[in-house]
Design a protein around this ligand. Sequence first.
Ligand code: HEC
Ligand code: HEC
Length: 157
Amino acid sequence: MRATRIMLAITVTAAVAVLATATTAHATPVKPDPAATALYRKECGSCHLAFPPRMLAAEGWTRILGGLERHFGQNAELDAPTRDLLAAHLVAGAGDPGDAGSASARITETPWFRDEHGKAARAVSRPSIRTLANCAACHPGAEAGDFDEHRAKIPRN
Ligand code: HEC
Ligand code: HEC
């Protein structure tokens, strides 16, 4: 019982630390906090995969989080504290702009993604794929963060 309380206190402290770090101009990457990861999966993993933070640059995440009430044709609005916590989590884990690409709010429109997905893009109209944002259609380990090209497989239909 006491151990649970202490763990909870540590978790909350860590979340605040993440928030504080991410708002500093030159934040060093911090280890993802399990509570923030769980919150992210809950709030951002219901309509699509909770895309790994490293797949988008910080600017892209900031744009996404700043426009949730009009999110690709959906309303994904969150209360401000939740949104700010997720923003800190995503910015802290964001990819390097060199790799993750410009300020694009779409992973699927970043230069590195396009480079890797020429063949995938030609197969996108297949019913089991529908959209390139459907990562798990071709990356069976996507939920667990596994995007290794050797395990990627484009479904035939
Ligand atoms: C109500 C459903 C819904 C929720 C909740 C939601 N999204 Fe989305 N999201 C969408 C739709 C629809 C798209 C467009 C998918 C497509 O183009 O195929 C999208 C696309 C995206 C993309 C771009 C994917 C690409 O094409 O590269 C990102 C990044 C993203 N969402 C992040 C988030 C984050 C972060 C959250 C949580 C704060 C979130 N989403 C919550 C519905 C949702
Ligand atoms: C239609 C199938 C398809 C979809 C959808 C798809 N991918 Fe891929 N992806 C591939 C294939 C195939 C490769 C391997 C490309 C190659 O080796 O030329 C790949 C490669 C990658 C790589 C590079 C892996 C490495 O080992 O270098 C990453 C990262 C990646 N995909 C992430 C994503 C993410 C994130 C999404 C969703 C936003 C996504 N993919 C959606 C088929 C897909």
